[in-house]
Design a protein around this ligand. Structure first.
Ligand code: G6P
Ligand code: ZN
Length: 615
């Protein structure tokens, strides 16, 4: 194909056959690529997790095409041979997923891709994509990358959000430079390539479709693969499935796993029903829906309200009266299956505590014990310091990174950089309900659930003894390490100007605040978190304003990097206690919360001090 640069012919969205030198294409039939003229569309700047916009915007002419072509151009320019190996495509099942998949297949072929793995019905969770890239197929078929169609926990549907992200050969999200190149391409794009005569592929059935050129000169293979196969196979190598099965079969153990109508449903079914032989009643909201049933598929105390009520809690994590039995174990996942929430009977394990407990007990999980034990851990800066205490106690290498899973990926792939030092196996976690390890390069919701069940199984070796519960395990942990009382307040939909001004004020006051007494606390350091990546030396600035108190308590403020519209202010409050382990969180954090509201003065800057979400 030659693409002349005659500007006059660029008519947005129209196929100008005059542009095509078809001499090479004779006989290609369905595989004949067309060059479609287009023009840059403003605002195609990928954020932390790819490009997220309103679904309607994604459905406008050329919107998806421009972005996908810009990714292909960046990937190919970066040296990837897209004709060698496989391209994975799947998503969380939200509205516009099926149409987007067909478009990406046809554009992939036009850009040289010869083999595709598509999740059945277009469904693949984010961690499953990572597992497929890393694990699936013989060497000559190995995936070179993947498109994931998801806006994670953002609502879906024609009036809500859609998203697309690209993952590379290590199974992790595209590195910053690739997304910068993609963004640059979206600003100069003049055309995209697509096989417009290629028939749609039936993605509702597992199987292989081979599409050949009319003259037999080439062909492409589209494999529709079982969505859960690779990921579940990997999970089976990580955990002690027999021990977990025995735990689930105990008379006194019951559980419920809420997939919130996201993509996790089929994965939960495949593990809990097909592998463990549990009845379907352990699954809740496990049928994926393209609008997540109109709900916010985000596993936290506010949005997973059905599960939270079933487990006998209110949205602040306080016990409520429930008629009838409450399950021993409750868990939830977000839209694309990478987040998790862990609950016991009338008990909420905060993500920070959950991380600390998993790390403290990691060696009861075969993945870690078989590799000589866990070696390193990392947490994001706003995540509580509970895991720090475990890392110190167990002599593990420890890293504190900015918010965002990508910072963990670099550390996991650092073997070559830290000569002689091997940081695998590795566990990471974030307060934002993300936990995982270096088995993949994404956070992994079902991994965290199985980690907890494996730990519970190890703590309950004898079925004739009373059940050691989630609450028992967390309380035993606090007894040993002390308790990091923790909570996060979110103020969603704030005015961006006001929120930025608030952050700026705290930044400029940092020096003056250092050493100041506030209530019964003294601010020993006030600063803006800055991170220098030990692997590639890159520096991330302005990652959150921190007030570190002299007794180890912390108050932190950040603006969310994933907010749909307006600004979301996040306020994180943490207080360490060695003795008083049984206070209600709100009581333990009462004074510090008041101080936090005064330190930021959100009332003046944003007009409210009432959060929309408390986790
Ligand atoms: C995504 C990222 C996480 C991050 C989370 C919260 O889920 O994958 O790594 O912790 O967003 O980000 P936010 O900027 O909204 O607090
Ligand atoms: Zn997610």
């Amino acid at each position: 194909i030659t693409n002349t640069s005659d500007e006059a012919k660029y008519v947005s969205g129209k196929i100008e056959d005059a542009e095509l030198d078809v001499s090479n294409d004779v006989g290609l039939g369905p595989l004949k690529p067309s060059v479609v003229n287009s023009a840059p569309i403003a605002g195609q700047k990928p954020g932390t997790s790819g490009l997220r916009k309103k679904t309607k915007e994604f459905m406008t002419e050329n919107y998806l095409n421009n972005f996908v072509q810009s990714v292909f151009d960046a990937v190919i320019a970066g040296g990837t041979n897209v004709s060698d190996g496989t391209l994975v495509i799947g998503g969380d099942g939200r509205y516009f997923n099926p149409e987007a998949i067909q478009t990406i297949i046809k554009m992939g072929v036009a850009n040289g891709v010869k083999r595709f793995w598509i999740g059945e019905n277009g469904l693949l969770s984010t961690p499953a994509v990572s597992a497929i890239i890393r694990e699936r197929g013989p060497v000559w078929q190995k995936a070179f990358g993947a498109f994931i169609l998801t806006a994670s926990h953002n609502p879906g549907g024609p009036d809500e959000d859609f998203g697309i992200k690209y993952n590379t050969q290590n199974g992790g999200p595209a590195p910053e430079y690739l997304m910068q190149a993609t963004h640059a391409n979206t600003g100069t794009i003049k055309s995209y390539k697509i096989c417009k005569d290629m028939p749609d592929v039936d993605i509702s059935k597992v199987g292989t479709t081979e599409i050949a050129a009319d003259d037999g000169s080439s062909s492409v293979v589209v494999d529709v693969i079982p969505s859960t196969e690779s990921h579940v196979a990997l999970l089976k190598t990580i955990f002690d499935f027999d021990a977990i099965k025995a735990l689930l079969e105990r008379e006194d153990f019951t559980m419920i796993y809420d997939s919130m109508h996201g993509v996790n449903g089929p994965f939960a079914k495949s593990v809990f029903v097909d592998e463990f032989g549990q009845p379907e009643s352990v699954l809740s909201n496990h049928i994926p829906k393209d609008d997540f049933n109109g709900a916010h598929a985000d596993p936290n105390l506010t949005y997973a309200k059905e599960l939270v009520a079933t487990m006998g809690l209110d949205r602040k994590g306080n016990k409520i009266d429930v008629s009838g039995p409450i399950p021993s174990f409750g868990a939830a996942a977000d839209g694309d299956g990478d987040r998790n929430m862990i609950l016991g009977t009338q008990f909420f394990a905060t993500p920070s505590d959950s991380l600390a407990v998993i790390v403290a007990n990691a060696n009861s999980i075969p993945f870690f014990s078989s590799q000589g034990g866990l070696k390193a851990v990392a947490r994001s800066m706003p995540t509580s310091g509970a895991v720090d205490l475990v890392a110190k106690d167990l002599n593990l290498d420890f890293f504190e990174t900015p918010t965002g899973w990508k910072f963990f990926g670099n550390l996991m792939d650092s073997k070559a950089v830290f000569k002689g030092k091997d940081y695998t196996p590795f566990i990471c976690g974030e307060e934002s309900f993300g936990t995982g390890s270096d088995h993949v390069r994404e956070k992994d919701g079902i991994w965290a659930v199985l980690a907890w069940l494996n730990i519970l199984a190890a703590k309950n070796p004898d079925a004739s003894k009373p059940l050691v519960t989630v609450e028992d395990i967390v309380k035993e942990h606090w007894g040993k390490y002390g308790r990091n009382y923790y909570c996060r307040w979110d103020f969603e939909g704030m005015d961006k100007t006001g929120a930025n001004a608030m952050m700026d004020k705290m930044r400029s006051d940092a020096a003056a605040n250092t050493g100041r007494k506030v209530g019964s606390y003294t601010i020993s350091t006030a600063d803006d978190f800055k991170y220098t990546d030990p692997v590639d030396g890159s520096v991330a600035q302005k990652q959150g304003v921190r007030f570190l108190m002299s007794d180890g308590s912390r108050v932190i403020f950040r603006l969310s990097g994933t907010a749909g519209s307006g600004a979301t202010v996040r306020m994180y409050i943490e207080q360490y206690e060695q003795e008083k382990l049984d206070m209600p969180v709100a009581v333990a954090l009462e004074e510090l919360t008041k101080i936090a509201l005064e330190l930021c003065d959100i009332k003046t800057f944003c007009g409210t001090e009432t959060p929309t979400v408390i986790t």
